[in-house]
Ligand binder design. Structure first.
Ligand SMILES: Cc1cc2nc3c(=O)[nH]c(=O)nc-3n(C[C@H](O)[C@H](O)[C@H](O)COP(=O)(O)O)c2cc1C
Length: 331
């Protein structure tokens, strides 16, 4: 059973050290020790989100995860986190097998630092040229994530990234993310050369997710068209787009953006600090929704795949369905 799909997954499972080449993408405030360990224990590859953590809080979360699973899992580190070096040191100290760098293009030195601890380094690539550069710099695997995904996204859809990056750089291991749920699609992506897939939104509202009940219910009620990107007020002040379910927080973000933009124009805040304060807005707002259940003023980061997610399922149910659907299209 599942032999054909497991065979297709081999390239990815060798890299991840998991049973299935399916990663549970890191989600700030959601991908903590419970969800991460549950994903890895079910044979997937869990990824812990370090968000805005410092070294000490990350150490605690890694230890908690290691107490709940003996399987491999990754740690997601945001490259603009000023504590990035401490965080990598903690991953090294705790012998984390994979560090996944997100939110920017990592520097060569960062990849080397991860390798110096014997861990594998993964990152996101928004274009073919950046993908090539990262592989030249020694990155072990890449994730291409289309704009259908939940959370911070790039401008291009998964479909475009597949054709521009995956199909041209088949010799390298590339995982695909953004808008994936059905097993038939997972099988198709593996067949055309993907090392595996990364899913996020579906695990935000699975049984093992610690997200508040109100948060999960908002997802089950929503349709894909509700998962929108906020308006960008000024092209000169480039903000990272974040896909989330439309609510009061979406409007508050536009207001916050206006305030920061005005401060920037008056020379009261540097562009980078301005952007960082907008990042803090999202992180605080996401916490409000995930932990406190405030679905009006909290951020409901979600991918368009929410269209297909209508009820709370366990990780086991989700993976079983994916494998069954994948097998159905393999001969
Ligand atoms: C609520 C939420 C929070 C997220 N936070 C992060 C994060 O902290 N770091 C990161 O690299 N990706 C983050 N993501 C992206 C996911 O890891 C994953 O790549 C994405 O959800 C995959 O697309 P999908 O939502 O269509 O399945 C987040 C996604 C969601 C839905």
């Amino acid at each position: 059973m599942n032999e054909k799909i497991l065979k297709l997954m081999e390239r990815g499972t060798k890299i991840l050290g998991s049973k299935y080449a399916i990663m549970g993408g890191a989600m700030t405030w959601i991908s903590e020790s419970n969800l991460t360990s549950a994903l890895s224990n079910a044979g997937l590859f869990g990824v812990l989100a370090s968000g805005a953590m410092d070294g000490n809080s990350l150490r605690e979360e890694i230890i908690a995860t290691q107490q709940k699973t003996g399987k491999n899992f990754g740690v997601n580190i945001i490259t603009m986190n000023p504590k990035i070096n401490d965080l990598i040191d903690v991953c090294g100290e705790r012998k984390v097998s994979h560090v996944i760098l997100a939110g920017g293009i990592p520097e060569k030195g960062t990849i080397e630092k991860i390798h110096s601890y014997g861990s594998q380094a993964m990152a996101f690539a928004p274009s073919q040229s950046i993908a090539k550069r990262l592989f030249k710099q020694g990155i072990d695997a890449l994730i291409i994530e289309g704009s259908e995904a939940g959370g911070h996204v790039g401008p291009l859809s998964t479909m475009i990234l597949i054709q521009d990056i995956l199909l041209n750089l088949n010799e390298y291991p590339i995982f695909v993310a953004g808008g994936i749920l059905r097993g038939e699609l997972v099988a198709g992506l593996l067949k055309i050369g993907a090392a595996g897939c990364q899913l996020g939104t579906v695990f935000a509202c699975c049984k093992e997710s610690i997200a508040h009940e109100n948060f999960k219910k908002a997802y089950f009620r929503a349709s894909g068209r509700n998962a929108v990107l906020p308006v960008q007020l000024d092209k000169k002040f480039n903000i990272a787009p974040v896909r989330a379910l439309e609510n009061i927080a979406t409007e508050e973000f536009v207001q916050k953006q206006r305030e920061v933009l005005q401060k920037f124009e008056r020379g009261e805040v540097a562009a980078n600090n301005g952007r960082l304060s907008l990042e803090h807005f999202w992180a605080g707002s996401l916490r409000r929704a995930v932990r406190e259940g405030d679905t009006d003023r909290g951020s409901l980061m979600s991918g368009q795949i929410v269209e297909l997610i209508k009820e709370e399922k366990s990780i086991q149910e989700i993976i079983d369905q994916i494998l069954k659907e994948a097998e159905s299209v393999l001969d």
